[in-house]
Write a protein that binds this ligand. Structure first.
Ligand code: ADP
Ligand code: MG
Length: 241
């Protein structure tokens, strides 16, 4: 597959310029606590991720990687601190405004594909479009994505009729169907064998390179982490150098 070697030389090239507020997702002093008494799982994290970046997030199990990803992508809310999506403070938005912004701006891929079993791959890929009635206009694009991901002859298959790797690729198509500028992925290859893991990583590189989307990926795989142009290391809920 060759992916692993191809871009490992890029890892040292950190982004030199600070992105402007309108062109990044920014976290300011994010704290997330759970439990009673509260335990801080994220301890005042501040960072910016610009359009077009390729970032890997690494750290031990339990260090707060998923929590950080959920905050940055608006899947969960911080206990304190702020998140700005392209200059918009999400605390200042209504739920309706926020949901719409998220739908247009952010895609998310989980370790498990979470496709709906009663829907075909095409219907699953179109789920984010269905939310705002865009599924007809988005259908050609969904097909294009699935075809580009090697699923051109499987639009009508159900998740139970394809492999785990194919399901994950359909989940990536679903995450991309609204053409998000930021694609988050939480251990997207964690459930895949090496071959399928490499295929999904190639997709992410393609998405970043050809579609220009920022990719922000949590991974345990050191080779995959090296593919990113920036590595964010989390230790015990804080950013480490
Ligand atoms: P990682 O993804 O780096 O493995 P997580 O972000 O999932 O770590 O979790 C960080 C810490 O927060 C862990 O100690 C975990 O047990 C705790 N945690 C995460 N989610 C919850 C929750 N919903 N309730 C209580 N504790 C949680
Ligand atoms: Mg995790």
């Amino acid at each position: 597959m060759g992916v692993r070697k191809k871009s490992s030389g890029l890892s040292a090239r950190a982004s030199a310029t600070e992105p402007s507020a309108g062109e990044c997702i920014e976290a300011r002093n994010l704290i997330k606590s759970f439990g009673e008494p509260p335990v801080n799982v994220l301890k005042s994290v501040s960072l910016k991720i610009g359009r077009g970046e390729f970032v890997s997030i690494i750290g031990r199990s339990g260090s707060g990687k998923s929590t950080l990803l959920y905050m940055l992508s608006g899947l969960d809310t911080p206990s304190s601190g702020e998140i700005l999506i392209e200059g918009k403070n999400i605390n200042a938005l209504s739920r309706t405004e926020f949901n719409y912004l998220r739908n247009r701006t952010i895609g998310f891929v989980f370790q498990f594909h979470y496709l709906l079993p009663e829907l075909t791959l095409l219907e699953n890929a179109l789920m984010p479009a269905r939310k705002y009635g865009d599924h007809r206009t988005r259908e050609p694009y969904a097909k294009e994505l699935l075809a580009a991901f090697g699923l051109g002859d499987k639009f009508g298959r159900y998740p139970s009729q394809v492999s785990g790797g194919e399901s994950q690729r359909a989940a990536v198509a679903r995450a991309l169907v609204m053409e998000p500028r930021y694609l988050f992925a939480d251990e997207p290859t964690g459930n895949l064998d090496t071959v399928n893991g490499d295929i999904v990583m190639e997709l992410f590189q393609k998405i970043n390179r050809d579609f220009g989307a920022a990719v922000i990926m949590v991974t345990h795989d050191p080779d995959f982490a090296e593919m990113a142009r920036r590595k964010i290391h989390i230790v015990d809920g804080a950013l480490a150098d």
